[in-house]
Structures are given as structure tokens and as C-alpha cells.
Design a protein around this ligand. Structure first.
Ligand SMILES: Nc1ncnc2c1ncn2[C@@H]1O[C@H](COP(=O)(O)OP(=O)(O)OP(=O)(O)O)[C@@H](O)[C@H]1O
Ligand SMILES: [Mg+2]
Length: 249
């Protein structure tokens, strides 16, 4: 199994504030890995370290056996943030196109129509962000993250601000997108506050302790794929949810 992301004994200090402590884990090819832990334990910081948006104080981070910098240069990372951060003066299509324009990709006009279809927004390409629901805005930001074909998707509570019904639907959609794009997306690392969401989506869940965030336990989620809503009634699913809740307490 190919290792996509590897962290070894990573420490992070913000001046005297100890944010992350001795973080060691791997994300392998084909894996969906969730990071869960109390507010302020360093989940966003951890994701930013992996994606090269924040430096770390000690330890090592490798991406596909190389450095974070070379992964950044190779445009391997696709980021989805908690808030969609769309440009209000650009319509859906123009928002999705933005990274391609910045990268000056020649086929910039072809790719977004495919992406619109993937995220189910074909009929909304001319709509502006303020004309979309929160869930639709987040789908635009997923399409934008996918626009330049990243292989490593880093998602920071992408559905955290949405209602439960929308979140459940987008969870299923994200898993479908991942299946359809599995030839390009090698792994997804996903930060969440929701224990059920982490179990439903993942192959493994990394449970962090309160600050300084340390890996308390890595829980393997051996539920079958493709995941369907029915899984949520299974004994195994409920046991896993309970197991992670206990660790967090
Ligand atoms: N740029 C920064 N400068 C100084 N301290 C920071 C910075 N970013 C984060 N921190 C601190 O690091 C700790 C972890 O923050 P982080 O945002 O990673 O937590 P989190 O787990 O993502 O929290 P939440 O679940 O609320 O989003 C916090 O105590 C925060 O105050
Ligand atoms: Mg955060």
C-alpha cells in the first residue's frame, strides 16, 4: 500500500502555546481519513501543516515520500475550508474557473462544465453566490478545489455549518464524487466535529486529545463500501460511534 501522507513526531508551537504534540500517523492511497477532537485541539493547524500552509516546529511530514514543498509545487493539494469563501461578484462557473485562470491553464473553459455536473449544479452556472443555498455554495467550493485535478483532498469541516439533512446528503455526494474521481484523488483527509460523520465517511478516524492535540487513538472503520444510509442502523456502525465517543470523553 502506497503511503500518501506521513507524519512523524510532529510538534507545533505558536510561540509558547503548545498546539500539537507528537503527532504520528499515515494516510495511505485510497483512504478516507477523518481527524476529530475537541475545539481548539489543533485540527485546522494539522491540516494546514499537511498542506504546507503552516510550518511545524519539530518532526517530519512527507507527501508521497517527498517534501510538502514539492507537493505544493506539483499542485497536489485541493483545499476545502469550513466556509465556502466564494467571490460574490463571480457566478458559479467563474468561481470554479478561478484557480485555472490563476494557473493559466489553457483548457480552463472545458473543465468546469464537467465539474458542475459532478457536484450537481449544471443548471446554476450563471447564479451568483448570494443566490445559492449554503449547501450549494459548499458544492461550488468542492468543485473549485477539484478544478486543477488535485490528488490529495484536504477538507476542514466542509459541512460543519450545514443542517443535518443537507450534511447527510452532501456526505453521500462526496463519497460518490470520490468513487467517480478515484483515478485522480488518491486520498481524502477530513476534519470534523461530528462523530457519526467521521464513522460514516472514513476508513480510519484519528482521535485527538484536547490541546496540546495528541493522537489518542486511531480507530479503523471496517464498514463495507459503498456506504449507504442504511449502514447507520447497523450494530457495527453504532458500536464504532459509541467507541469514539468514549475515547473523546
Ligand atoms: N495563527 C495562530 N497564531 C497563534 N495561535 C494559533 C494560530 N492558529 C491557531 N492557534 C492556536 O492553536 C490552537 C489550535 O487551533 P486550531 O484552529 O488548529 O484548532 P481546531 O482544532 O481547528 O479548533 P476548532 O475545532 O474550533 O476549529 C488554538 O489554541 C489556537 O488558539
Ligand atoms: Mg478548526
Amino acid at each position: 500500500m502506497k503511503t500518501i501522507i506521513s507524519l512523524k513526531n510532529v510538534e507545533k508551537y505558536f510561540n509558547s502555546l503548545h498546539a500539537l504534540k507528537n503527532i504520528t500517523f499515515d494516510v495511505n492511497e485510497g483512504e478516507f481519513v477523518s481527524i476529530i477532537g475537541p475545539s481548539g485541539c489543533g485540527k485546522t493547524t494539522l491540516l494546514k501543516i499537511i498542506g504546507g500552509l503552516t510550518n511545524f516546529s519539530k518532526g517530519s511530514v512527507t507527501i508521497e515520500s517527498g517534501s510538502v514543498e514539492s507537493a505544493l509545487q506539483g499542485r497536489k493539494f485541493g483545499f476545502v475550508f469550513q466556509k465556502p469563501v466564494l467571490l460574490p461578484w463571480r457566478n458559479v462557473l467563474e468561481n470554479i474557473q478561478l484557480p485555472l485562470e490563476i494557473l493559466d491553464r489553457r483548457n480552463a473553459s472545458e473543465i468546469p462544465s464537467k465539474l458542475l455536473k459532478i457536484v450537481g449544479l449544471e443548471k446554476f452556472e450563471n447564479f451568483y453566490p448570494n443566490e445559492l443555498s449554503g449547501g450549494m455554495q459548499q458544492r461550488v467550493s468542492i468543485a473549485r478545489a477539484l478544478s486543477f485535478g488535485p490528488s490529495i483532498l484536504l477538507m476542514d469541516e466542509p459541512f460543519g455549518s450545514l443542517d443535518e439533512i443537507t450534511r447527510d446528503r452532501l456526505n453521500l455526494e462526496l463519497l460518490r464524487i470520490w468513487r467517480e474521481e478515484s483515478s485522480t484523488i488518491s486520498s481524502i483527509t477530513f476534519v470534523t466535529h461530528s462523530v457519526p460523520e467521521s464513522v460514516f465517511m472514513s476508513d480510519k478516524v484519528i482521535v485527538l486529545s484536547a490541546r496540546p492535540g495528541a493522537v489518542q487513538q486511531i480507530v479503523d472503520i471496517d464498514l463495507p463500501r459503498p456506504r449507504t444510509s442504511e449502514i447507520k442502523y447497523s450494530k457495527k456502525y453504532l458500536e464504532l460511534v459509541q467507541c469514539i465517543r468514549k475515547i473523546l470523553k
